[in-house]
Design a binder for this molecule. Structure first.
Ligand SMILES: [Zn+2]
Length: 234
């Protein structure tokens, strides 16, 4: 048996199903257009599809927030007090998906991570803990300074100069992080253009791989900054 799938860019890949209540055709919509009943979540639908968005990385924050509030209001439990348990469960499922989708898509970095996870390029919560080659020297010096600081502290020596050096290093890494974010934003714009103008699969694949690499670098630097912060604060 073949499953009819939507050809619409916004609902791409979501199977066309029929409303559990009135049997009208629905494609991933929150509510049936014919009878207004809340619908089950389609399997495999992305957070982008949840908000009726194409899988692009530029999202207008005000419009996303507006949709979030409108849907929160429509899915509010108060609207389902007289509904059947089945319907109430559907609304709770949608509400919880709404919160997850909104939290993820409103953050530019989480949005990229999610897109890569959804497309199978990145596994959730995995980052390489290997230093990016261009940072090896800086990381080596940083670790030396951290060791010296710990030793000086243990020996009860003067740590002011060492702390100053670490603060400067932290500042440098913070700037690296800003560069990484700018790079990620640039790749995001390239990705959006590839989606808009039907870029070929190899171009898209290469962009996804580059974004993944930048995300790994970002996670690595963030860990470094957090480590220095902890050492300086402690
Ligand atoms: Zn219906």
């Amino acid at each position: 048996m073949s499953v009819i799938r939507s050809q619409d860019a916004q609902t791409e890949g979501i199977p066309v199903t029929s409303c559990w209540n009135c049997r009208a055709a629905v494609t991933g919509a929150h509510f049936c257009a014919a009878c207004g009943k809340v619908q089950p979540l389609p399997a495999g639908a992305s957070y982008f599809a949840f908000f009726g968005l194409p899988q692009k990385l530029t999202i207008e924050p005000a419009s996303l927030e507006g949709q979030f509030h409108m849907l929160s209001w429509k899915l509010h439990p108060d609207n389902f007090v007289r509904a059947s348990e089945f319907e109430r469960n559907l609304s709770l499922e949608r509400s919880s998906q709404l919160n997850d989708a909104y939290r993820t898509l409103r953050e530019p970095v989480a949005r990229v991570e999610y897109l890569l996870e959804h497309l199978g390029v990145r596994k959730e919560g995995t980052t390489k803990q290997q230093a990016p080659p261009e940072l090896l020297e800086e990381v080596f010096e940083l670790n030396e300074s951290l060791d010296e600081l710990r030793e000086a502290r243990a020996a009860g020596g003067d740590v002011a100069a060492l702390q100053g050096r670490l603060e400067a290093a932290q500042q440098n890494f913070q700037e690296d992080l800003d560069d990484v974010d700018a790079e990620l934003a640039g790749l995001g714009r390239e990705w959006d253009a590839a989606v808009d103008f039907g870029g070929d699969e190899s171009t898209k694949k290469a962009l996804l791989a580059r974004m993944n690499e930048v995300l790994n670098r970002r996670a690595y630097i963030r860990n470094l900054v957090a480590g220095v912060q902890k050492e300086l604060g402690g």
